[in-house]
Ligand binder design. Structure first.
Ligand code: SF4
Ligand code: MG
Length: 329
């Protein structure tokens, strides 16, 4: 099972301020070594919640997480500490995640020591070389504000690597960076995936970048994963009407957000996760909704080539990827 380092299944409840928010439901995912898995969805879909649950920042109130085949129990035991070391989270805003009063050297030294590793000059240099900040001496004594956004995100990644992780959870890691440097950071992550055999969960609202960067793509809507498969298939022949909407409104990567937001304004907000619609949660917005969609929750239907969709259109196998050319415009 070493190729399937993280798995969680079942239902989750996340405690909000006053009430319990049913944030993600029946989410099950497998992250594999040397593989980038994209989790795509609009804001409020619950995709960041999945990352925080996997990072153990939120308590899991149902289901389980496995790492390398072993179930992980929250708490303070050795297996929990080992899990927290091996599964590292990278945030959207590197400026907020680095302490402004401390240098790069401090951040990296601390990361190494927390995880019981030596923080010699060689180790620090190696971490910075891994994220292509060279020569290292030029960066070690800089403060966060002396670095560009891309450099700060690279330092945040180096700090995560200081834990010698198996899994990186990257929550919109480039969405706050200039468009011109996004590709460089994504390429760096892809390079690390290969060289360090990392399993990477890439959380994004940008399905075009998933196609470019991820091996596998999962699409999330209103707290549930509604489609999955290899990135090429999901983005070229989307099966779920919601994925089709995302693709149709994303003709080029830079327009994804603006277009998707306009679409939402025109055709209704994404549903509340506190009281989601009955049946298929997408039915109020779905152009192909049928009677049963209003009352019955669609299970996953397997299509060809490992693609699947939770949508009643595929219930009788009538509309499979053989016919999916219909979706290509
Ligand atoms: Fe649309 Fe029905 Fe499929 Fe949901 S199950 S996406 S409402 S066709
Ligand atoms: Mg988010």
């Amino acid at each position: 099972t070493k190729h399937f380092p993280v798995r969680r299944t079942g239902r989750d409840l996340v405690v909000g301020r006053r009430r319990t928010v049913h944030a993600v439901d029946d989410v099950s995912l497998h992250l594999r070594r040397s593989t980038v898995t994209a989790l795509v969805g609009e804001s409020g879909s619950g995709k960041s919640t999945v990352a925080r649950l996997l990072a153990q920042l939120y308590p899991l109130t149902g289901g389980e997480i496995r790492l390398g085949g072993q179930a992980v129990k929250a708490g303070r035991g050795r297996s929990f500490r080992s899990y927290v070391r091996q599964v590292q989270l990278i945030f959207q805003d590197p400026f907020a995640s680095l302490n402004p009063v401390h240098t790069v050297r401090y951040h990296l030294t601390r990361a190494l020591r927390i995880h019981g590793r030596e923080a010699t000059g060689t180790e620090l240099t190696e971490l910075l070389e891994r994220v292509q900040l060279t020569p290292a001496a030029q960066y070690l004594d800089k403060f966060p504000h002396e670095l560009s956004g891309g450099q700060r995100q690279r330092v945040a990644i180096a700090r995560a690597l200081g834990a010698d992780p198996k899994v990186l959870l990257a929550d919109e890691p480039v969405s706050m960076l200039d468009v011109s440097i996004r590709l460089g950071v994504l390429n760096l992550l892809r390079d690390l995936k290969e060289r360090l055999h990392l399993a990477i969960l890439y959380i994004t609202h940008d399905i075009a970048s998933a196609r470019y960067f991820a091996d596998t793509t999962l699409v999330m809507y209103a707290g549930r994963i509604v489609e999955g498969g290899d990135s090429e298939t999901v983005t070229q022949r989307p099966a779920h009407p919601y994925t089709q909407l995302l693709i149709a409104s994303a003709p080029d990567p830079d327009r994804v957000v603006a277009e998707a937001e306009q679409e939402e304004a025109g055709s209704g907000e994404p549903p509340s996760l506190i009281a989601p619609p009955a049946g298929c949660r997408f039915h109020p917005r779905c152009p192909k909704a049928m009677e049963r969609c209003r009352t019955e929750l669609p299970p996953r239907f397997e299509l060809a080539d490992g693609q699947w969709a939770a949508c009643w259109l595929y219930a009788d196998g009538a509309e499979t990827t053989d016919n999916a050319g219909d979706h290509e415009k």
